[in-house]
Design a protein around this ligand. Structure first.
Ligand code: SF4
Length: 396
């Protein structure tokens, strides 16, 4: 077997946080390219549609303009971030701009290293080529079954296991300097299946590991769901109970998607942490934990106002469409989004506006997010599409 048996993260030579915080530049930025997944794994909240609906989370793909703004804003830190992790809640390969995202961050010089984690199902030739060419440094693949039958059982998806392995073989052949890491959850595997895992994947990756499930999510009981008892940590380490504080908040920024086109969670900042170089611009990313407690509620309110504004302007002024129902000049089009945004902000009233200012850090960011929402809405507008279709067909 070519691959090293080693966890996907390096457990040796770790930086001791207590010796380096507060940090002037976070070590890692998580950006979620997609919060949806094509799998429905029994051990993962994202795979549970009913649960996700209850939380109010929309199914979203990261908007590329929004992403560019996030990366551009990293210029205010005094050195590049160690890692950009293009993964958080869903399947990153569902984002059609994933390779553009990798390339944009690489070219920016604001991050040293980029990795992602995928279930591997969409790793076909073109996709592989584009992300390797874009310069990704590491791809973690979570294998969710050792046969067609097991994939169906744990991921709820029909997977042709042989084809799946073939795709990963292609990836390994094309990987250039990118490190390929493969892991599987061992809790539901027999010893025979564990051996098969190493035999099947051990020669088509650089690192391989059998992980344990971990209770990562509050109110989502993995042990009950799978009928297992967790005795060891995710990387087979002993579990200790002496950690009471989540370390993520001290070294990372996490950007997830809650409602499409709106940046939602930036960083859960402990009240005690002070950033040495914290300045107004970087406050774009810093939100106090207490301030996001009612975030879902506030975002629903914002979305309500944006939909109201869209409806009002749309009804009164159809200026966003030319007479042929085609999109008008970009300048006017962008102005339309700005008009919608202005109206939204007026509709909010000053109290709600001030809450959003706190949540988004500054007016520019709030404005940018709202405009993106409208751009998207105009682009997807059904009436516009129908008009366009009718006119084109009547002219045929
Ligand atoms: S593939 Fe990953 S993100 Fe998707 S449902 Fe399974 S565990 Fe969750």
């Amino acid at each position: 077997m070519k691959a090293k048996i080693k966890p996907r993260i390096n457990l040796e030579n770790r930086t001791r946080l207590e010796e380096v915080i507060p940090l002037s530049t976070p070590m890692i930025l998580f950006v979620d390219p997609s919060n949806v997944c094509n799998f429905k794994c029994t051990f993962c909240p994202t795979g549970d549609n009913t649960l996700i609906k209850k939380t109010g989370r929309s199914n979203c793909i990261m908007n590329f303009n929004l992403y560019k703004k996030i990366i551009d804003n990293l210029k205010d830190f005094n050195k590049p971030l160690k890692v950009l992790r293009l993964y958080k809640e869903g399947e990153p390969l569902l984002n059609p701009h994933l390779s553009d995202m990798i390339k944009y961050a690489k070219d920016s010089g604001y991050v040293d290293y980029i990795d992602t984690t995928t279930n591997g199902y969409l790793l076909h030739f073109d996709k592989i080529k584009s992300i390797i060419d874009a310069g990704i440094d590491k791809i973690n693949i979570s294998v969710n079954g050792m046969s067609d039958k097991q994939f169906l059982k744990f991921s709820g998806i029909k997977v042709d296991f042989n084809k799946y392995v073939k795709n990963i073989t292609d990836l390994y052949e094309m990987k250039e300097n990118c490190e390929i890491v493969i892991k599987i959850v061992g809790d539901y595997l027999t010893n025979e299946e564990k051996t098969k895992f190493y035999d099947t994947f051990g020669n088509i990756c650089d690192r391989i590991f059998i992980e344990n499930l971990a209770p990562c999510w509050p109110n989502f009981n993995v042990e009950d769901r799978l009928g297992i008892t967790i005795k060891k940590g995710i990387y087979d380490q002993e579990i200790t109970n002496d950690i009471n504080i989540c370390p993520y908040i001290f070294y990372s920024i996490i950007i997830i998607l809650f409602i499409c086109n709106l940046i939602t969670l930036f960083i859960l900042r402990s009240n005690k942490v002070k950033y040495k170089n914290s300045n107004k611009k970087n406050n774009l990313f810093l939100i106090n934990k207490d301030q996001i407690e009612n975030f879902t509620k506030y975002i629903s309110v914002l979305q309500y106002f944006m939909d109201k504004a869209y409806e009002l302007i749309y009804k009164d002024r159809i200026f966003i469409y030319s007479i042929e129902a085609m999109r008008v000049d970009d300048k006017i089009y962008n102005q339309a989004s700005k008009d919608f945004t202005k109206l939204t902000i007026k509709l909010m009233g000053s109290n709600i506006y001030n809450i959003f200012l706190i949540l988004f850090g500054e007016e520019n960011t709030l404005f940018f997010n709202c405009s993106q929402y409208f751009d998207d809405k105009i682009e997807k507008d059904e009436i516009r599409k129908t008009m366009q279709h009718d006119i084109i067909s009547s002219g045929e």
